[in-house]
Write a protein that binds this ligand. Structure first.
Ligand code: PXL
Length: 278
């Protein structure tokens, strides 16, 4: 696949921030984001919002970082290092979402923000208090350039059960109506065809993205990786449909390279790039 332009050694690369939760097992969350950032030649900055206690089998618990510390991480990095894009992942609570949204708005930046509205782990362990869904809709979505919910998150956020192409379109419209510039409804869990088409919508036009379906038991961190790659592509100035196409291609290669880890689900692997020599 065609990758992003690399900055020559010794020169400051493009900077992208992840505002999300850590995964002690190293599969998803901030760890997945940083792997993708690094493998795409981007300098990754971090605002840790929550710390999960987790392995390949599940999430045993999490600790929320105090909101002033989360806001502070975003603020000091933005004013000194500068970021060309950011993505959000696990934000855990309404209070944290409120602080992130307020801090982001306060930066007055034009940098694109990719919002992956993480609600639960692949094992169904909650990563967001149910009471925070209103904040996702009313505070986070309006500042997003792109939102990337999976089908469970679509149902929680819009109430729409996506079962076919028509309901996927309805969901894209309902998500877009909440305020993001673009909404992506991932078709990954829609098993109506061999493909897993994702649908992108900007209030006017629909764009469809098919990709080879990779059936692997090891897809921990796939959603995080897609959103992280999209943020990197946007940081490089790609337009949204191209950035989503790029991210989809990237996560497909990461799925192809996914590996077993522990006794549960292994992670998708951005490390495939090390074997490409590109
Ligand atoms: O893949 C979603 C996700 C995001 N962030 C953290 C996670 C998970 C899934 O387990 O643990 C920290």
């Amino acid at each position: 696949m065609k990758l992003l332009p690399l900055t020559p050694p010794g020169q400051t690369p493009t900077r992208v921030m992840t505002i999300a939760g850590t995964d002690s097992g190293g599969g998803a969350g901030i760890q997945a984001d940083l792997r993708t950032f690094a493998m795409l030649g981007v300098h990754g900055c971090v605002a840790v919002a929550a710390v999960t206690v987790q392995n390949s089998v599940g999430v045993k618990g999490f600790h929320e970082v105090p909101v002033d510390i989360i806001a502070g991480q975003i603020q000091v990095v933005a004013e000194d290092i500068g970021i060309q894009a950011a993505k959000t992942g696990m934000l855990a609570s309404a209070e944290i979402i409120g602080a992130v949204a307020e801090t982001w708005r306060g930066l007055g930046t034009e940098a694109p923000l990719v919002v992956d509205p993480v609600c639960a782990s692949m094992h169904g362990d909650p990563l967001l208090h149910p009471s925070a869904l209103d904040s996702v809709r009313n505070e986070l979505f309006p500042i997003a350039s792109l939102v990337t919910p999976n089908l469970d998150e679509v149902r929680l956020i819009t109430g729409i059960e996506v079962v076919d192409e028509a309901t996927q379109r309805d969901a894209a419209k309902a998500l877009h109506a909440l305020g993001p510039k673009w909404a992506l409804v991932k078709g990954g869990h829609l098993r109506t065809s061999a493909q897993s088409p994702d649908l992108l919508y900007n209030g006017t036009d629909f764009y469809e993205f098919g990709a080879e379906r990779i059936d692997t038991g090891h897809d921990h961190g796939a959603g995080d990786t897609l959103a992280a790659a999209a943020a990197c592509a946007l940081a490089h100035g790609m337009d949204m449909p191209d950035a989503v196409a790029f991210a989809k291609g990237w996560v497909t290669e990461c799925l192809r390279a996914a590996y077993p880890l522990g006794h549960g689900h292994g992670p998708v692997s951005a490390l495939f790039r090390l074997h490409h020599g590109s």
